[in-house]
Design a protein around this ligand. Structure first.
Ligand code: DI6
Ligand code: FE
Length: 403
């Protein structure tokens, strides 16, 4: 790239204390190499940027590139047959207890080569990128032994080399119990803590540690052990909590000053308070709510009242959320959970950045931030959440490069 470039458009900076969406109508964002160097109204453009290359997007909208902060993108096989079973009346838990569900994806994942896993993940990633995503979190959790958990994480890391995207990896060894360990959940947790996690960390494959705290997953006590292991390795934690029942998982992860508690349909006020006190982000996953015909709403009003930041993600996975569009997740968050479009956009930008433990300011358009931007074929930010099944992305800028 040769010198600064000035982009003209409507700009949703998402900077706090700048009014709704931090919106600047007829604004300019100046990028130089891979950084944003200036943003503001075009009539305030500093003299030094008047002579540089100008690009006019006229009425289009520029936002920070989107961040999908909760996905299970790497997996083998699919679960279309389970989809049919559930439509005939079986519940997600019944399918899981009958050996389907997560464990069936574990079988297919173990049977796949790393190249096959990569090919499948790239297909899904391309759909998310076409939707303006520039940063994605990817969890392990379908390998559930040393060899296959590491393979999943390696594939997740390779995505960053194959496509213009930032990848954060999360270790989810405590996702489900495989047949080798049936009735030996504590032994499996020891294996996770003493062998799989340390091996993944020593290969540099782990940015955070997650677990599934649930009747069909692991107990609080077991998750505590995993969190202790994470703390011993200086890794931040997050948790699938209160998705199908209330085991007080959100309070557990909050008390560990965790990055996020995710799902949260069954969260109660004490969980909300613990999250507020510790700055733990609530990651809401409307794709799973929708797919599982859930009727219990996450306590959005209580979260907002307590000042808990809310993020929105696809939870892209073959079972509970085969959702490949973060823009559609924004629409679902508005219609199903009654978020405002502004909260939905904050949920896939600055609050998603926070759920990943990224530096302060990530997910906003501000001087000094990376030049990771989405340029949309809409005039105003509410339009992003408004459409159902639309593809409003015009182009994306990643590290200062138009992609
Ligand atoms: N909750 C979820 O939504 C995913 N994992 C979890 O603990 C779903 C995983 C799956 O059904 O494959
Ligand atoms: Fe999940």
């Amino acid at each position: 790239m040769t010198g600064p470039i000035c982009l003209h458009a409507n700009i949703a900076t998402m900077q706090k204390n700048q009014g709704s969406y931090g919106l600047i109508e007829k604004g300019c964002v100046v990028i130089n190499e891979d950084k944003i160097v200036w943003v503001g109204p075009h009539h305030e453009l500093p003299a030094e940027y008047i002579g540089v290359t100008q690009k006019h997007y006229s009425d289009r909208l520029i936002t920070p590139a989107l961040i999908d902060c909760h996905t299970h993108l790497v997996y083998g096989g699919d679960r279309a047959a389970e989809f049919e079973m559930r439509l005939e009346g079986a519940s997600y838990e019944e399918v899981a207890r009958a050996g389907g569900g997560i464990v069936s994806t574990v079988k297919a994942t173990r049977a796949a080569s790393e190249e096959e896993l990569l090919d499948g993940a790239l297909k899904r990633l391309d759909m998310l990128l076409a939707d303006g995503v520039g940063t994605i979190e990817v969890k392990s959790g379908y390998g559930l032994d040393l060899k296959n958990e590491l393979a999943m994480l390696r594939v997740a890391r390779r995505l960053e080399k194959e496509r213009p995207v930032h990848v954060r990896t999360t270790f989810l060894g405590a996702h489900a119990l495989t047949p080798e360990y049936s009735n030996r959940a504590d032994d499996y947790i020891d294996y996770v803590c003493n062998e799989i996690l340390p091996a993944a960390v020593s290969e540099g494959l782990v940015d955070a540690v997650d677990g599934f705290c649930e009747g069909i997953g692991f107990s609080r006590k077991q998750i505590e052990k995993v969190f202790n292991a994470a703390a011993g390795l200086n890794l931040p934690v997050k948790l699938h909590a209160e998705q199908l029942s209330n085991l007080n998982g959100a309070a557990l992860v909050a008390e560990r000053r965790g990055l996020s508690a995710d799902h949260l349909e069954y969260l109660d006020q004490s969980g909300v308070d613990a999250m507020a006190k510790n700055g733990t982000v609530a990651v809401l996953l409307p794709g799973a709510f929708y797919t599982l015909h859930e009727t219990r709403m996450p306590p959005v009003a209580a979260l907002l009242e307590a000042g808990v930041p809310i993020a929105i993600a696809t939870d892209c996975n073959p079972g509970s959320s085969p959702l490949f569009s973060l823009v559609l997740a924004m629409n679902m968050a508005c219609t199903l959970f009654r978020l405002t479009p502004e909260l939905a956009l904050a949920g896939v930008t600055l609050n998603a950045a926070r759920a990943l433990g990224l530096e302060e300011g990530r997910g906003t358009i501000a001087a000094g931030q990376p030049a990771d931007l989405a340029i949309w074929d809409v005039k105003m930010p509410a339009e992003l959440s408004y459409g159902i099944g639309h593809r409003p992305l015009h182009a994306r800028i990643h590290g200062g490069v138009l992609v």
